[in-house]
Write a new protein. Structure first.
Length: 561
C-alpha cells in the first residue's frame, strides 16, 4: 500500500487500498474538558513557544462556555442514528464548523453493513385465568419535554444485528447474563434451553449477555436496566427531576461482538473492495444468532411479577423494597417477534487537518464519534462540542501566527455505536501510514456525564496526563486543580488502562499500537440515561455539567496532548 502524506489526507477521497482476507454546570465541564484536552495536545505536539512566551495561558483564556453549549444544542436537536439523513446533517454541521475556522476539512464515506428494526412485538401470558399483556415497547416523554416532537423521530428500541424470528417460550431470570449466572441456573436445575432469558444490565455489555444466553441454549433474550443500577435510591425520582433513568427508559445497543464493517473483517470498506455477503456476515459467531430485545425496567417488572420457581439469591435481587425476584422457568410465557433490516448503508467520517510547521508528517490525532442511538447529548456529542471548541481555539492561535510543530488531525467518526465502525475502517485503510507517522491518539467520546475526571491511557502517556491535569483549574473550586480534585475523589487515585474496545481508540491501540488516551468527566462506571431517549441536552445541562464548565475544561486539557 502506498504511504499517503498530509496533502492526501486532505483530499476528498482516501488513497485506494487493495484488501486482503483475514489469515465504545454543562458548558463548564465542556470548557474544562476542552482545556484539559488542549493542554495535553500541545504537549504531544511539542509546539514552539513563539509568538507568545506563554502559549498555554493564552490558550486557556480563549475558552467559551456559550459556544460549547451552542454546538451541543445544535448537534442534538434530532435523533441521528448512523446511516440516516439526520446523521448526515450532523456530518455537514461538523464539516461547516471546521471549515468556518479556515481549517481544511473533508468527508470520507464508507459503505458498511448496518441494522435497523422493521417490526417488534412482545407479549406476556401466565396461564389460565390471567389476561395476556402486550407491551408497547416505547419510552415516555415527560411533561414540558422540549424534545417531545423530535422524540417521534427516534428509531424504535432495538438491538442492532439481532436475529429475526418469533419465539414463544417460558421466561427464565438470568441476573446479569454472565457465564457464571447461567452456570448457577444450571446448578439449580433451571434449564435455559429453548426459553427466553431475562437479564439485566450492570456487569457486562448487551452483546455478551445475548451471546451467553445463546451459548446456554436460550431461544431468545430480553435485557433491561434494573433500578438497582439505573434508578437510584427508592424515592429519589427520575429524570427530569433527578439524573436517574425513568421506568420506561430503554438502553439500546449493538449485538455485534466484532469491530468495523462486518462485511470487510480486517480490511477497509473501500470502494470496489472485496466483501463477504450480508448473509455470511450475519452467520458468524460475532453475531447474536437469536432474537433479542432491550426492554424497560417497567416491562421487566411485570414479567418478574409472574415468574415462579425458586427465589433468586440475595445478590440477584433488586434494590431495597423491590418485589422478590424468582428464577423461573415460567409460568410467565413470552411471545417475542423481531424483524430487522440488515443492509448496506453509507457512513461519513469528517476530518480537519492543521499541518505542522516542523514535522508535518508526524500526526497527533484527536477524535470522537458523532452518531447516536437517540439524541446523543452526553454520548457522544459532549465530546464533539469539546472538539469543536478546541479547534476554535487553535484557529484563534493561528490568526496570531502560531503553528503546531506536528500535524493535528481532528476526526469525527461515524457508526461507532454499531461496532466502532467508522474509526476502524479508516485505521484499516491507513494502517501503514499510521504505524509510521502517528504520535498519539486522544479520544473524547462520552466526555462529560459528571464531576469527576476518569482518565484512561496506554502507559506511555501516564506522566504527560498527570502533568496536564496539574495545570488545569477545577471549575468547581478555584483554589485547586483538576489533579487535586481527582486525588481527593479517589482513595487510591489510579489512571485506568484502555480496555479491549469500548470506543474509537480501540483500532489505534490494538490494530496499530499507537499511544492513546480517553478523557471522561463522570461519576461511577456509567451514567443512568445511557443509550436511552433521555440522553438529551436537558439532561446534560441539568445534571452532567451545569454551566458547561467541564466541557471547556476538557478542551483545555487536550492542549498538552
Amino acid at each position: 500500500m502506498s504511504r499517503p502524506d498530509a496533502a492526501s489526507l486532505l483530499s476528498p477521497s482516501p488513497p485506494p487500498f487493495k484488501p486482503h482476507r483475514r489469515g465504545r454546570l454543562l458548558p463548564s465541564i465542556l470548557a474544562v474538558l476542552a482545556a484539559a484536552a488542549a493542554l495535553f495536545l500541545l504537549a504531544v505536539l511539542r509546539s514552539p513557544p513563539t509568538p507568545s512566551p506563554n502559549l498555554g495561558s493564552l490558550f486557556l483564556s480563549l475558552g467559551s462556555n456559550n459556544t460549547a453549549a451552542s454546538h451541543l444544542r445544535a448537534l442534538t436537536l434530532h435523533p441521528h442514528v448512523a446511516g440516516t439523513k439526520a446523521n448526515s446533517l450532523t456530518a455537514a454541521y461538523v464539516l461547516h464548523a471546521f471549515s468556518s475556522l479556515s481549517i481544511p476539512s473533508h468527508i470520507t464515506p464508507y459503505s458498511v453493513l448496518l441494522s435497523y428494526p422493521v417490526h417488534r412485538s412482545l407479549s406476556l401470558s401466565a396461564g389460565p385465568g390471567r389476561a395476556a399483556k402486550s407491551f408497547s415497547l416505547t419510552q415516555d416523554t415527560y411533561p414540558s419535554d422540549p424534545y417531545a416532537r423530535a422524540a417521534a423521530e427516534v428509531t424504535p428500541t432495538f438491538f442492532a444485528y439481532s436475529a429475526s424470528g418469533s419465539v414463544s417460550a417460558e421466561a427464565v431470570y438470568a441476573n446479569y447474563g454472565r457465564e457464571e449466572d447461567f452456570a448457577y441456573l444450571s446448578s439449580r436445575g433451571v434449564d435455559v434451553a429453548g426459553r427466553v432469558a431475562l437479564a439485566r444490565y450492570g456487569r457486562i455489555h448487551c452483546e455478551d449477555i445475548v451471546h451467553n444466553a445463546r451459548a446456554a441454549g436460550a431461544a431468545a433474550a430480553l435485557v433491561y436496566p434494573d433500578p438497582l443500577e439505573y434508578g437510584g435510591s427508592a424515592g429519589e425520582g427520575s429524570f427530569p427531576d433527578s439524573r436517574w433513568l425513568p421506568p420506561s427508559g430503554v438502553q439500546v445497543g449493538s449485538l455485534f461482538r466484532g469491530v468495523g464493517d462486518p462485511t470487510t473483517p480486517m480490511w477497509a470498506s473501500s470502494e470496489g473492495c472485496e466483501r463477504v455477503s450480508v448473509e455470511d456476515a450475519m452467520a458468524t459467531d460475532d453475531m447474536p444468532g437469536i432474537p433479542a430485545l432491550p426492554v424497560s425496567a417497567r416491562d421487566a417488572a411485570e414479567i418478574q411479577q409472574v415468574l415462579g420457581g425458586a427465589e433468586a439469591p440475595a445478590d440477584w435481587q433488586g434494590r431495597d423494597g423491590s418485589p422478590v425476584y424468582r428464577l423461573g422457568p415460567g409460568p410467565a410465557v413470552l411471545n417475542l417477534t423481531y424483524q430487522g433490516n440488515d443492509t448496506m448503508a453509507t457512513i461519513e467520517n469528517v476530518f480537519a487537518v492543521i499541518e505542522g510547521a516542523e514535522e508535518p508528517d508526524r500526526y497527533v490525532i484527536l477524535g470522537n464519534h458523532r452518531d447516536a442511538w437517540t439524541f446523543g447529548a452526553a454520548d457522544p456529542n459532549s465530546g464533539t462540542a469539546a472538539m469543536i471548541e478546541l479547534a476554535q481555539r487553535f484557529s484563534m492561535l493561528q490568526k496570531q501566527g502560531w503553528r503546531p510543530r506536528r500535524t493535528i488531525i481532528f476526526c469525527s467518526w461515524d457508526a461507532e455505536e454499531y461496532g466502532l465502525t467508522g474509526s476502524t475502517e479508516w485505521v484499516e485503510e491507513n494502517r501503514e501510514m499510521l504505524s509510521t507517522r502517528a504520535v498519539a491518539y486522544l479520544n473524547i467520546d462520552v466526555s462529560v456525564v459528571g464531576p469527576v475526571l476518569l482518565p484512561s491511557t496506554t502507559p506511555q502517556l501516564d506522566e504527560l496526563l498527570l502533568e496536564t491535569i496539574k495545570l488545569v483549574q477545577d471549575p468547581d473550586n478555584s483554589s485547586q486543580t483538576v489533579y487535586d480534585s481527582w486525588v481527593k475523589a479517589n482513595a487510591s487515585p489510579k489512571i485506568q488502562r484502555l480496555g479491549n474496545g469500548g470506543s474509537d481508540y480501540a483500532a489505534f491501540v490494538q490494530h496499530v499500537g499507537i499511544p492513546s488516551t480517553n478523557l471522561i468527566f463522570g461519576e461511577g462506571p456509567g451514567y443512568p440515561v445511557y443509550h436511552s431517549l433521555y440522553d438529551d441536552f436537558v439532561w446534560v445541562e441539568k445534571f452532567a455539567d451545569p454551566g458547561f464548565r467541564r466541557h471547556v475544561l476538557l478542551a483545555s486539557g487536550e492542549l498538552w496532548l
